[in-house]
Ligand binder design. Sequence first.
Ligand SMILES: Nc1ncnc2c1ncn2[C@@H]1O[C@H](COP(=O)(O)OP(=O)(O)O)[C@@H](O)[C@H]1O
Ligand SMILES: [Mg+2]
Length: 283
Amino acid sequence: MSTNHTKSANRAGADEPTSGALLELKKVSKIFGGLVAVQDVDLRINPGEIISVIGPNGAGKTTVFNLITGIYRPTSGEISLGGKSVVGLNPDQVLVRGIARTFQNIRLFNNMTVMENVLVGQHTQLKASVLGSLFLTKAVKREEAEARERALELLSFFGQALVDRQDEYVINLSYAERRRVEIARALAAKPSLLLLDEPTAGMNEAETLDAVKYVRRLRDELGLTILLIEHKLTVTMGISDRIAVLDYGRKIAEGLPEEVRRDERVIAAYLGKAAKTEQEAAE
Ligand SMILES: Nc1ncnc2c1ncn2[C@@H]1O[C@H](COP(=O)(O)OP(=O)(O)O)[C@@H](O)[C@H]1O
Ligand SMILES: [Mg+2]
């Protein structure tokens, strides 16, 4: 539904953030060859919200993240952050604008330490020039010390365990720990919006519960706005302000967790028999 009709008198100033949304997708599509991966998707995320995108494998969820973060350019449609278009920016530029992400398959430098990985995440923040780095000037040393301190602060968000393991190679960490390091690295870029692509994939139940807690804390304590792709319904139902459901690239439903859970199209497309049984058991 469009609300533009009453606003047209105000349209003189271009690029005005009239909606108040932090992130807004308008009729975004992505076609790969002949395959429509994402079709006419509208999505808005208000500051401070936790929004989940769910849907079966291949529904287009990760592609939506890749479109938002500048890995792909939409075939059509508009994506804006704080009312300003991010279409055409490259991933580094999108990161500087304030959108950081994690990946469905964790992307860390396995042959680097926990600390080094988080330091890499700060590269958009550092001012020191390459030449300065070569000569290790006082300013560079100070900046590095500050960067390390900040990295430790970020790691301590997840408790003492990662602080204690800061010099450990990432490859020696558990899967759940690596997920946390990846989030710490994303936070190092000081984003306003954090995109998490299946942050509990591969985790056991205890680790998943832990992840749910820190996702909520990312919003409550750090003031982040969060867009989450998640497969586990227990996770999305518990923490989402709203849930959008994708199926074959289209958004087939959006609403409060309870609404989405009861939506017939969602049950048919995504939840399937298993979820129906789960729902009946809960009632
Ligand atoms: N770079 C690409 N080239 C061609 N097809 C792609 C590419 N990326 C994704 N797709 C296709 O787009 C569809 C959506 O994929 P994806 O966004 O990864 O789904 P999801 O994350 O919901 O599982 C799939 O059919 C996938 O094969
Ligand atoms: Mg995916």
